[in-house]
Structures are given as C-alpha cells and as structure tokens.
Design a protein around this ligand. Structure first.
Ligand code: ATP
Ligand code: MG
Ligand code: MG
Ligand code: MG
Length: 477
C-alpha cells in the first residue's frame, strides 16, 4: 500500500517526467489580496500569470498546495467532521499549462497517472463534461468528451451543467469548461444495482469528486460576452486526502495514514476509541482536521485574533475545543498536546512545522486556556439563568439570554441547548433568531465599510457578501 508521502511524491515525479517544473506550495494565508484571505485552490498563486499581468517563467508547473476553505465562495466548515471527505485545510495536487498543452494532454495524463501509474480500477471512474449553454451559444464540450472516450465507456462520461462544469474566475476574466473525475468506492454488489452516474455530484459519501480539470479557453468581457483566450490555460486540482483514501482502499479520508495517527492520539487522550460512538467520532474528526488548519495558519503568519483572518482561525480553534469539551470530556487545554503527532506525520513534507513548533504550541495553549475560562464563565451564567427560570416556574430560557451567551461568551446555540436538555429545559429559538438577525444587520452595516476580507470586488464597486456566522449555523449534532 502506498503511503501518503509516496502518493504526494509520485504526483510530482509524474508531472516532472512530463516536463513540469515543480514549485513549492504558496502560503495558505494571503496578505495582499483584498478579495481573498486564504488560499482556496492551487491556481491562486498563478492568478497574475493567468490574467496576463505577469509572464510565466515556466509554461508547465505542478505542485501540492495547502488550501483552506472556511470563508467566502468556498466554505466547507459546516461539513467538516460530519462528512468524511471535506476538510478545512487540505492539500490540492495540481498541474498547469500556461499557453502550452491543452485538453488532450491534460486528460490523457490524468488518466495515465490514475490508472497506469497508481493502478486505480477504471471501472470505478467517471468523467463529467460541460453539457453546453445554448443561451450563451456554447455547445457541449465534445472535444473533452472525445478524449475521455478513448479511455472510458460512454456511460461513464456524464454531462454536467454550468454550475459544476463551467469555471469562471470572477464576473470577468478567464473562464472555460471543466471535466471532473469522480470515483465510485461502493462495493461491486452495490455498483451493480445502481450506477454511479445517478450519484455523481449528489453528495453520496462514497461517490466523490477527486480531480477537477479546468480548460480556460475564453475571456469573459465586461458586457458578459465571451471571446477566445489568446493563451489557453490548463488548471487542475486534485484532493490529496481523497486520493489517499481511494488508493489505500478506504471509504473515509480519516481512515488513511493522513489522519489515523492523530485520531488514535485523540482517542487515547480521551480514553475512548474511534468508531465506537457517532457523536464522539464527529468530535474526533473535527479536532483531527482543525489542528492542521490552526498549526499551518500559525506557521504561515496568521495568529488567532479578534479580526478578519485571525478571527476565522480563532473560531476554528474554538470549534475544536468546544467539540472536545462537550463530547470527549476535555475540560483542560488539550489541542496543543497533539502537535508532536502532527509534526511526526507532516513535518517532513512541511518543515516549517518543525521550525515553529514552540511558537505553535504556545499560541494554541494560550488560546485554549483563555477560551476555556470564557466557557466556564458562560456555564456559570447559564446555571444562574436556569436557576432563575426554574424559580419562576418555567422551563424555557429566553432567546435573549441564549444570545448573550452566544455573543459574549462564544456559546453556540447548540451548546446551550445541549446543556439545557441535560437539565430538562429549552430555549426560545424564535427570540434567539430575532436577536441574531439584528446582530447580522449591525455587522453588515459596519463590515460593509471596514472589512475588506468579506467582500467580492465587482468592477470598481464593492459588494458585501456577508459574514459567516458559522459557529451559530453549524449544527453540532
Ligand atoms: P466538492 O464538490 O467535493 O465540494 P469542489 O468541486 O468544490 O469539490 P474543486 O474546487 O473542484 O472542489 O477543487 C478541486 C479538488 O479539491 C476537488 O476535486 C476535491 O478532490 C478537492 N477538494 C475540494 N474541496 C475539498 C475539501 N474541503 N476538502 C478536501 N478536498 C477538497
Ligand atoms: Mg466544494
Ligand atoms: Mg464539485
Ligand atoms: Mg470541482
């Protein structure tokens, strides 16, 4: 069985053998782009080349990029822990052609790598192609389909709509159709019953997207029309942890050697086992995922703080602490103790972890301790609220009280509800929602002016796209 390290290396070696220059991962934290806080795809670091602002030093490059999808257009945070294939931080393997090769090579090399080098069973693979968009005068991407037909039977080539199979950088700029490779990991009996074709892109936990090949061939002009792009671009991204899952014969990313050592450490620390209890499993996955995000953000220069990117990181750390506190009995700081396990697992590929170990540990420990103090204070306040409510002969606490706990003490509603439930009590949800709406409005008014991190820039004007109230919106159960 190939290890994660061998898989990562094999990708780079393969594309190097096809004339690609291997570049390092860009930092996960972005400091100089008002439209993006974190790297969320391999192509981010090549944006200026793709836009034609910068000449390409190498026309073919490949890498493994640290990505984070917790804000803006790509926000997977709520899935993380609940499903088994979306992470906050993940590695995206990618290869690019800037005005050099195009669809034929991109498709045939993807196939060669997956099937001939890695020996994935072709019967498990599906490719999607853009079905076309008549209102824009765009036909089906028959060109991509014709290359796929050299490798896949027709019933494994699936038409996809604009949402899934047409990529655009923004309202204007480079864009084009894409082809995604999906893998069906269900047992043969189940595959015989219902075809993966009906499950591709339908959130089936064992029929998942592994690689996206984007073919940028148009430029979208300000009036919305498309013109051919002079220098066509190939931009691909493959989920490294998902690839490891497929190659290691697993059905969950967390069952691979990318996450197993960490899950074992968390389980040992909590005196439990992974795979025994649904709730605890979610908590363990959340912690195993989030420790990576927090550690890598710190090495890349983003400490937890009260604003913007720092606040996103702080909330992720708190989310992990909260799951540990609620479901794994972790009443003391514990996340920082997991760092040696992470370093053991990823330090070789990412030496910055080793170099900054002491700093990461210190920052995480202090953050944890301060959040735990807040949690304790909040719990005392909630105890008092429950007492007062009971004294009044009621079993429902007000939404306003729950909101204060949320807003001031970082108590998400689900945590409050959990504690209330243990005491045979409830909360007035409508009232809580009302308070939340008012808060959102206040934040919207303030943020529209202040926080560049949460906006998308639209031709000179700024359009606010909203805060992510994930701690409230994410369901813990
Ligand atoms: P999905 O539909 O599964 O959310 P996506 O279409 O949003 O994936 P892309 O933007 O096409 O993903 O990114 C390229 C590849 O990165 C995907 O094919 C997938 O393998 C991987 N990937 C995307 N999001 C995540 C994530 N949150 N965690 C792990 N891998 C991911
Ligand atoms: Mg997605
Ligand atoms: Mg997708
Ligand atoms: Mg995709």
């Amino acid at each position: 069985m190939l290890t994660a390290k061998e898989i990562r290396d094999s990708f780079k070696n393969f594309f190097e053998s096809k004339g690609h220059h291997i570049v390092p991962s860009a930092p996960m934290v972005i400091k100089d782009d008002p439209t993006l806080m974190f790297t969320n795809a391999g192509m981010n670091q090549f944006k200026d080349i793709i836009l034609g602002n910068h000449p390409a030093k190498y026309q073919r490059v490949a890498d493994s990029q640290k990505c984070l999808r917790v804000s803006g257009k790509h926000n997977d945070l709520e899935e993380v822990g609940h499903d088994t294939y979306h992470h906050t931080m993940f590695e995206m393997l990618g290869n690019w052609s800037f005005g050099d090769y195009f669809k034929k090579e991109a498709i045939s090399w993807a196939w060669e790598y997956l099937v001939e080098v890695l020996k994935l069973n072709p019967e498990h693979l599906y490719a999607t192609v853009f079905e076309g968009s008549p209102e824009e005068g765009l036909g089906r991407d028959d060109e991509a389909a014709s290359y796929w037909e050299q490798f896949l039977p027709k019933d494994h080539i699936i038409n996809g709509n604009k949402h899934d199979n047409f990529w655009e950088m923004g309202d204007t700029g480079p864009c084009g159709p894409c082809s995604e490779i999906h893998i069906d990991l269900r047992p043969a009996e189940e595959r015989a019953k219902i075809s993966g074709r009906d499950l591709v892109n339908h959130d089936h936990p064992q029929v998942i997207e592994i690689w996206n090949l984007v073919f940028m061939q148009y430029n979208r002009k300000a009036d919305g029309s498309l013109e051919p792009l002079p220098a066509k671009v190939i931009d691909t991204g493959m989920g490294f942890e998902r690839l490891c899952m497929a190659l290691q014969g697993k059905t969950s990313n967390y069952d691979t050697d990318v996450f197993q050592p960490m899950l074992k450490a968390i389980a040992a620390m909590s005196g439990t086992e992974y795979g025994k209890d649904k709730q605890q499993d979610i908590a363990m996955r959340v912690i195993a995922d989030h420790i990576r995000t927090i550690a890598f953000s710190i090495t890349d220069g983003q400490l937890p703080s009260n604003a913007k990117a720092g606040y996103v990181i702080r909330r992720i750390l708190r989310r992990a602490v909260r799951y540990g506190y609620t479901f794994l009995g972790q009443k003391q700081a514990f996340m920082y103790k997991l760092l040696p396990v992470l370093i053991d697992n990823m330090g070789e590929a990412y030496p910055e972890l080793i170099a900054q170990k002491a700093l990461i540990e210190k920052v995480i420990k202090e953050e944890e301790e301060s959040f735990l103090r807040t949690l304790e204070t909040g719990i005392r306040l909630l105890d008092k609220t429950m007492e007062d409510t009971k004294a009044n002969g009621k079993t429902e606490i007000s939404g306003k009280d729950a909101f204060t706990l949320y807003d001031t003490f970082g108590f998400p509603l689900d945590l409050t509800e959990l504690i209330l439930r243990e005491n045979g009590m409830t909360v007035n949800i409508e009232e809580f929602d009302g308070e939340m709406q008012q808060q959102k409005q206040r934040a919207r008014n303030a943020a529209a002016i202040e926080t560049g991190d949460w906006i998308t820039l639209k031709e000179g004007t700024t359009e606010f796209v909203g805060y992510d109230y994930t701690e409230y919106e994410a369901s813990i159960l």
